[in-house]
Design a protein around this ligand. Structure first.
Ligand SMILES: Cc1cc2nc3c(=O)[nH]c(=O)nc-3n(C[C@H](O)[C@H](O)[C@H](O)COP(=O)(O)OP(=O)(O)OC[C@H]3O[C@@H](n4cnc5c(N)ncnc54)[C@H](O)[C@@H]3O)c2cc1C
Ligand code: SF4
Length: 484
């Protein structure tokens, strides 16, 4: 255990982010790091409680889905033993530099200290450990200790595909990752914006994986420009990690107007142009001088808020059909479950500084879209709603008299995803579940086709990076069993 009285002596502290008005001038990361002394104090706050829910990781009780050995690395950080902390961290997490940046920190929601105090800053400690190890050159290629004669194709290079490829490669199998995009990383590359996860961090990891022996093939859209039959013939097993990329659409009058985009298309175009040319090629969907309306109050919507502000939007509004979450846990949402409370993220902080108010408007839906004479979107009609429980089903009804017509030059749809695309699913005749995700037996990763596995969002539906990494690791174990 760290310092027995640490949690009474030291308050939770996080490093100060770059100031909103400063960071919106660029797309650089906005989080900073502590010095070592402060991090040791934060590690000392871990009580090493008898039942550390933080590392259990279940949908019911919360905690880290990877089973990260949190009390152990907290203690090692308190004692200044970074290298040992790093060794603990990579036992369970292939890519702490990703989760340490973008994970919502499910672990902190179930930290025992969080019952009546502020939880331990686990996520910040995690990213600090891995970044320091990279800075000091201690993250070296780990060459597999054995080689089997088996070849595995991993389709999709998001966090699940990368974690699966890494794990299988370390087990000695020859792994090829196929990616349809021009760059690797899935939503780590072309979803989550650079200010949350610098793409140099993604590339650094991919270079390491390449040096460890994984082969990557980009611009290979399996099932379209790269036949699935070729993959079947050339590999002993296939792991599908294609994500849940079908966006949920908005079905209202005027949907076919110009200037309406899915959030991921908007975010991808911005990051691609940023990486290709520092945005100078102008080859992206721009929010400059536009009244931007974003439908969806979740994290993707927030990324659109922050990106629009960096483009120089005239105004930004984020509409959410659900009610505003409470400030504190409700009684039906007790510790150690994930706290469903209102959080103000970086995009909202920035909008408040730039426009003077939080961009989110709750209990609001879109009823109609209007265009100008050129067919471009110009107005969005909205109405407030109320939710009612009718025979056990929650349904919403419009509140008369709350109708509004808002100026809009760019409408971004961030309403989530309906599931994976069906090209490969149809070509391989894969079973799907009720939500259209690839079906595998509960707790297993093999599909109804022998030797074909599925992991990540494609199997569990749109989720989180940490769950995708967990799925990739588990699918690799299942695939290895099959191969052996
Ligand atoms: C905008 C946005 C922001 C997000 N922010 C966060 C966040 O901050 N924190 C967090 O934890 N989660 C976040 N998420 C969710 C998280 O990114 C996903 O849950 C995670 O990336 C899923 O990983 P995956 O590997 O299953 O799929 P993906 O990351 O979607 O990767 C799938 C890959 O497969 C490729 N592919 C698909 N079909 C084929 C094919 N036929 N042939 C070859 N390649 C193919 C795709 O091009 C893609 O690269 C965010 C999601 C979005 C959309
Ligand atoms: S991966 Fe997420 S849940 Fe797990 S320890 Fe890190 S921040 Fe916490």
């Amino acid at each position: 255990m760290g310092k027995p009285t640490g949690f009474m002596e030291f308050e939770r502290k996080l490093p100060t982010d770059r100031k909103p008005l400063d960071r919106i001038k660029d797309f650089e990361e906005f989080h900073t790091h502590f010095d070592t002394d402060e991090l040791m104090k934060q590690g000392a706050r871990c009580m090493n409680c008898a039942a550390p829910f933080c590392h259990i990781g279940s949908v019911e009780t919360g905690g880290c889905p990877l089973g990260n050995l949190i009390p152990e690395f907290n203690d090692l950080i308190y004692r200044g033993k970074y290298k040992q902390a790093y060794e603990r961290l990579i036992k369970t997490n292939n890519f702490p530099e990703f989760t340490g940046r973008v994970c919502p920190a499910l672990c902190e929601g179930s930290c025992t200290l969080g019952m009546n105090e502020q939880p331990v800053t686990v996520k910040n400690i995690e990213v600090h450990i891995i970044d320091k190890m990279f800075e000091e050159g201690l993250v070296k290629p780990r060459m597999p200790k054995k080689q089997t004669s088996k070849r595995v194709a991993v389709i999709g290079s998001g966090p699940s595909g990368l974690a699966c490829a890494d794990t299988l490669n370390q087990m000695g199998h020859k792994v090829t990752v196929f990616e349809r995009s021009d760059r690797l990383g899935g939503l780590l590359m072309y979803g989550i914006p650079n200010m949350k996860l610098d793409k140099k961090v993604v590339l650094r990891r991919i270079k390491l994986l390449e040096r460890e022996g994984i082969e990557f093939i980009t611009d290979a859209d399996v099932g379209k420009n790269y036949p699935i039959s070729k993959v079947i013939n050339e590999y002993d097993a296939i792991v599908l990690c294609c994500g849940a990329t079908n966006p949920r659409d908005l079905n209202v009058e005027g949907r076919n107007l110009k200037g309406i985009y899915f959030a991921v298309d908007f975010l991808k175009s911005s990051t691609k142009s940023l990486l290709d040319s520092g945005l100078s090629d102008r080859n992206y969907i721009s929010a400059k001088d536009k009244d931007v309306i974003i439908i969806g109050g979740g994290d993707t919507g927030t990324d659109c808020v922050a990106t629009s502000i960096r483009h120089g939007a005239k105004s930004v509004v984020q509409l959410e059909i659900m009610p505003e979450p409470p400030k504190n846990r409700n009684t039906d949402n007790p510790w150690p479950t994930w706290p469903k409370i209102k959080r103000t993220d970086y995009g909202q902080e920035e909008a408040a500084e730039v426009f003077g108010h939080d961009p989110r408007e709750y209990l609001t839906t879109v009823t109609k879209l209007e265009g100008d004479e050129m067919g471009n979107i110009s107005k969005v009609h909205t109405v407030n709603v109320k939710w009612e429980n009718k025979d056990g089903k929650f349904i919403y009804t419009p509140v008369l008299g709350t109708e509004k017509v808002r100026d809009c030059g760019l409408l971004l749809i961030a309403m989530g995803f309906t599931g994976p695309e069906d090209t490969i699913i149809k070509q391989l005749s894969l079973d799907t579940d009720l939500r259209g995700n690839v079906k595998t037996e509960y707790g297993k990763y093999e599909t109804n086709i022998k030797g074909v596995f599925a992991a990540g969002d494609m199997r569990r539906g749109q989720s989180l990076v940490v769950w995708a990494i967990n799925e990739g690791r588990q699918a690799a174990i299942a695939c290895d069993k099959f191969l052996s």
